[in-house]
Ligand binder design. Structure first.
Ligand SMILES: C[S@@+](CC[C@H](N)C(=O)[O-])C[C@H]1O[C@@H](n2cnc3c(N)ncnc32)[C@H](O)[C@@H]1O
Length: 214
């Protein structure tokens, strides 16, 4: 069974697309996508043999050989023909390195979920000039943010949008508002301990408050 985080990524994948899950580890996502007939074919990429052995085992157990393909490669192999690329469960700097190394314009959709530094991720997407087309918040023990961009479309985002999520801040789902309230409380706890006159977190606090109150 997929975790809530991976299920949220599953839901974002385009129906009938070929997916290349980079940093796939056990290939849980790739296997679910094919097993549940969301995708006819998926690649489970990883740069280490151990995770790929786990992937191979799952693929065999689920009888998905030939439909989920394990692939050993450091980053995105440009030779793999796919519509959608997924990078999930890794740090921002790893994702940044992987995404910077290839021409992304041939893909229809890139789905990224980094474990920390999602604000840096959005700034990076903005610097590359790509359009963020979907965003999700999911609570799975922690809050995770998933960012989807279309490298064929142009986009540019302000620091406030990078911080809050350009789509999340407009859509304002109940879960997102709960997440913001939690972040607001965490900042208030910091401000109680220290008198921060010119700390950037004061601006973040203002942005969160504005979004919650509007
Ligand atoms: C924590 S796991 C995440 C697994 C899965 N994507 C998820 O979200 O649950 C990260 C995986 O990324 C792989 N990885 C790290 N750097 C990579 C790179 N440069 N190229 C391909 N895979 C990489 C690791 O070997 C590991 O299996």
């Amino acid at each position: 069974m997929l975790s809530k985080r991976l299920r949220a990524i599953f839901e974002l994948v385009l129906q009938d697309s070929v997916v290349y899950d980079v940093g796939s580890d056990h290939a849980f996502l790739a296997c679910a996508l094919v097993k549940e007939k969301k995708c006819p074919l998926a690649y489970a990429g990883d740069n280490k043999k151990g995770p790929l052995d786990n992937a191979q085992k799952n693929i065999r157990e689920l009888k998905l050989e030939g439909k989920v393909i394990p692939h050993l490669y450091d980053g995105i192999d440009p030779k793999i023909k796919a519509d959608v690329v997924v990078l999930a469960g890794m740090g921002f700097y790893t994702a940044e390195k992987i995404l910077s190394a290839v021409d992304l314009s041939k893909y229809q959709m890139i789905i990224v979920q980094v474990n920390q530094d999602v604000v840096k991720l959005r700034s990076f997407i903005s610097e590359l000039g790509y359009k963020i087309v979907k965003e999700r918040v999911v609570y799975d023990g922690f809050y995770y943010e998933i960012v989807v961009f279309d490298p064929r479309l142009k986009g540019s985002y302000t620091p406030k949008e990078c911080y809050l999520g350009p789509l999340l801040m407009k859509e304002k789902s109940d879960l997102y508002l709960a997440y913001l309230s939690e972040r607001k409380k965490a900042l208030e706890a910091i401000f109680q301990k220290a008198d921060l006159k010119s700390d950037p977190r004061l601006t973040y606090y203002k942005w969160i408050k504005e979004t919650l109150e509007k």
